[in-house]
Design a protein around this ligand. Structure first.
Ligand code: ADP
Length: 441
């Protein structure tokens, strides 16, 4: 409820002044007192009446308007928003960003055209529309480098009350908020892929198992020798299915997190030593040896130890699978001044086998899921066709590179580059990025 019990200001004045005038008239004209004294009494009566009918004090919020936030407070508010946020003026120049935006899009300084940091046709089109006085919009965009990322882009128009084009060019005009939806999208696609690939790859061992079960219950039910033979095959088919499911699960886990940079300090020398140890038994079965050459002062990398172990485990395991019996698998690690195509120092880890080699034709596709240069041989050796796909995704997540070189009849070398955290203190460095005849799958 607003206003006093006495209503509008005019009525309040009337209520206050009325009795005083009557009192003045009554007392003065009746001669009960000196007219001067009557005036003093009347003035006092008016003042008292005004005090009695004064309007209620306004609420606090009205009495004390909120102070405008300082630029530092506004920046702190922007920093509190976890999604990348960019504020532009009417000339499409960046006038404010939060930390998430500078980190995601490498925005180092203000006052530059948005297109220099975020050159994407749909982003620029949405901003153009907004600057020209259009409406706010939400679009889905995919940014290609370094790892494709999908964002929901929301473009909000500021200062519409000024009318299109009337705000000064330097004033805040548009706010961009980009919500990273890569993880959700990957999960969606990964689930769909999992169903397709798994059902396709699992179908043949499953049919084999069903066939053998039917035979064992029917024609071969009394044949002890056949039963033993069939059970051995059934066991290996079931193990193949288990390996497939395990690899598919690990690929899907790696893919979902591929855009998240690992944050742990990992000593690659220890990882390589552990992998060589773990696979020594398997090498022995094929009369093969694993030789590890690794400088003591190899710098660490930013990584996830479990995933890096999986990378080198898969590569050394392949070298043992596809290398000739009785040969040596070489693991050679070194620091290089430049990762190929970059100015940054890196670790180069090369795994070489003396096997039959791979035709150059296959090299670019070798890391695709279920791509096999020789499908029959891979299956005979218990391969799932997923090992190199897992390697590739983990290396991508670590912002590294994988290169493959191979010569028919001589063998293959799989080389992993990982960004180094610091150059070595000693003499482990080698200036070269890698061999010339390599293919990046
Ligand atoms: P698989 O489980 O079939 O070994 P991978 O993804 O690990 O699957 O490898 C894909 C294909 O690449 C293999 O099927 C094989 O044809 C080829 N390959 C991988 N490593 C080697 C190697 N060291 N020597 C020869 N061929 C290899």
């Amino acid at each position: 409820m607003t206003g006093s019990a006495f209503g509008s200001p005019a009525r309040r004045v009337a209520v206050a002044v009325g009795p005083a005038v009557l009192l003045l008239a009554g007392l003065g004209f009746a001669g009960a007192m000196h007219p001067g004294a009557a005036v003093v009494v009347a003035v006092a009566a008016v003042a008292g009446a005004f005090w009695l009918v004064r309007p209620p004090p306004p609420p606090d919020a009205v009495a004390k308007p909120l102070p405008a936030p300082s630029p530092a407070t506004l920046q702190a508010v922007l920093e509190g928003i976890p999604d990348p946020l960019i504020v532009l003026n009417g000339a499409r120049e960046i006038i404010a960003v939060n930390g998430a935006a500078s980190e995601s899009f490498g925005i180092g300084s203000l006052g530059r055209d948005l297109a220099l940091s975020l050159r994407h046709p749909e982003v620029l089109a949405a901003v153009e529309t907004a600057v020209a006085g259009g409406s706010s919009s939400t679009t889905e965009i995919t940014l290609p480098a370094p790892v494709p990322r999908t964002f929901a882009l929301h473009v909000a128009v500021l200062g519409e009350e000024n009318g299109p084009g009337s705000a000064p060019a330097a004033a805040p005009r548009v706010v961009l908020v980009l919500r990273d939806e890569t993880r959700a999208k990957r999960a969606e696609r990964s689930r769909a892929d999992f169903v397709t690939n798994a059902s396709h790859e699992l179908r043949s061992p499953l049919s084999a198992l069903i066939g053998f079960i039917e035979t064992l219950r029917g024609p071969a039910s009394e044949d002890v020798a056949a039963r033993e033979r069939f059970l051995t095959i059934m066991q290996s088919e079931a193990q193949r299915m288990a390996r497939l499911v395990e690899d598919l699960m690990s690929l899907s886990r790696v893919e979902i997190n591929e855009h998240v940079l690992p944050r742990h300090r990992v000593g690659v020398a220890d990882v390589l030593a552990a992998v060589a140890d773990a696979l020594a038994g398997r090498a022995e079965k094929r009369q093969m040896t694993i030789r590890l050459t690794c400088p003591a002062d190899l710098p660490p990398v930013l990584g996830e130890a479990d995933q890096l172990t999986q990378v080198f485990h898969n590569l050394v395991d392949n070298a043992l699978k596809y290398g000739r019996a009785g040969t040596t698998v070489e693991i050679v690690a070194a620091f290089v001044e430049r990762m190929p195509g970059t100015p940054s120092g890196a670790l180069r880890i090369a795994i070489s086998d003396a096997g039959d080699g791979i035709d150059t034709l296959h090299l670019p596709r070798l890391t695709e899921r279920f791509y096999r240069a020789d499908a029959g041989r891979s299956r005979r050796l218990g391969g799932t066709g997923l090992g190199l796909a897992i390697v590739k995704h983990i290396v991508n997540r670590h912002r590294g590179q994988l290169t493959i070189s191979s010569r028919i009849g001589e063998g293959s070398t799989f080389t992993v580059f990982l960004p180094a955290l610091a150059p070595p203190v000693g003499d482990a460095r080698q200036g070269v990025g890698g061999p010339a005849d390599v293919i990046k799958p």
